[in-house]
Design a protein around this ligand. Structure first.
Ligand code: NDP
Ligand code: PYC
Length: 333
């Protein structure tokens, strides 16, 4: 694999150009560019520029609106609904988070659903945005079937990521952001592209047999992380992202999707909780003592720390050369 070095400014410029030239208005472009740059900045290779060809395919096929105008509605003091107007999710998130955090600060806990939207990104930007208001944040989405439930050999779940952010005033939040599949689909696609094997237990081939060949898994299915326990969490994510939002389950999304390679229509579920209102004013000191204990254990590091460390660097990022050329060609054609 050959790579090319791009500064964060180059990445931003390339992303802005490709979205603008493919029918995105200024507001949607700004939200998408922010998402792509944040992923590259934090070293989430499978969810930054890597996703751009899929975004563009869905703009070109007309599946997703580049001029979507999401609407935010408070349905009760603690419930917020965002209708994404058939756009990509970043703009809905941007518009919905202020209403969600205001509600959680007022009532102590608030939930938000985003529907009629297309999610193709990492989830930590949304939970970090909640934690920035000193609130606990949780978010999850589903996708199209690519993961078999534990014990099965037919895909039913998406790779069903969940993100959880714990606020640490004055510091970066503690952020967990993970697929509930043994590997994110994007990571498998990159392993297949780069000819890397993956650990046994990651997925099955089309015949339902275990394999370490990433290309064969792409023709078959992924398995949940952690056996039946991970499968249970994937099930919970599917129910929250589709059952609780009223949007499509992964098995429904694949039926309505046009197969253009971009994300299907789906929902996103959010929770925001005030630790101050639940636990009292001592919560920061109490939890920081816990984090200090955690970090005192040799070999242990907090989830999110790798991304936060990457974020400190303004060095150029190494990007797959073919991917950059592909995106450049999408600016022209
Ligand atoms: P990883 O397996 O890379 O990481 C999962 C979590 O574990 C992260 O919070 C990570 O923190 C943490 N972690 C990793 N290694 C360690 C360690 N040694 N000690 C402590 N914590 C650790 O993520 P995935 O590959 O599962 O997911 C990648 C991205 O894909 C996510 O951002 C997810 O949102 C996205 N995704 C999106 C989907 C969608 O439908 N939109 C579907 C599936 C995934 P850190 O990042 O700091 O390493
Ligand atoms: O990496 O599993 C994944 C994924 C699915 C949708 C967006 N990312």
């Amino acid at each position: 694999m050959t790579t090319i070095e791009l500064t964060l400014g180059d990445i931003e410029k390339l992303a802005r150009e490709v979205f603008t030239k493919n029918g995105c208005d200024k507001t949607n472009t700004a939200a998408l560019v922010q998402t792509v740059v944040a992923a590259e900045c934090d070293g989430a290779m499978s969810h930054g520029l890597f996703r751009v060809p899929g975004y563009i395919a869905s703009l070109r096929s007309g599946k997703v609106r580049g001029d979507a105008n999401p609407r935010v509605e408070n349905t009760t003091p603690a419930l917020i609904r965002v209708d994404g107007d058939n756009g990509f999710t970043p703009l809905s998130i941007k518009r919905g988070i202020p209403a969600l955090t205001t509600a959680a600060k007022t009532v102590g806990i608030a939930a938000m659903t985003i529907t009629n939207t297309h999610h193709f990104a990492a989830l930590w930007p949304e939970t970090e945005a909640i934690a920035a208001h000193d609130l606990i944040g949780l978010a999850c989405v589903c996708y199209m079937p690519f993961m078999a439930p534990f014990g099965g050999n037919r895909p039913l779940f998406g790779t069903n990521p969940i993100s959880f952010a714990w606020p640490r005033p004055g510091k970066n939040p503690m952020v967990i952001d993970m697929a509930t599949a043994a590997m994110a689909q994007g990571e498998i696609q990159i392993a297949a592209r780069d000819g890397h094997k993956v650990p046994l237990g990651t997925g099955l081939n089309a015949s339902g047999d275990q394999t370490t060949d990433a290309s064969d898994i792409l023709k078959g299915m992924l398995l949940p992380f952690g056996g039946y326990k991970g499968s249970a969490i994937a099930l919970m994510v599917e129910l929250l992202a589709a059952g609780a939002t009223g949007e499509q389950f992964s098995f429904e999304a694949v039926k309505t999707d046009n197969g253009d390679g971009g994300p299907p229509r789906g929902g996103e579920f959010f929770l925001a909780i005030s630790p101050e209102m639940l636990a009292g004013s001592d919560w920061v000191t109490h939890c920081e003592e816990f984090f200090a204990k955690y970090e005192s254990i040799d070999g242990a590091r907090l989830p999110g720390q790798r991304r936060h460390n990457n974020r400190m660097s303004d060095a150029p990022r190494k990007i797959n050369r073919q991917l950059v050329e592909q995106i450049e060609s999408l600016c022209d054609s």
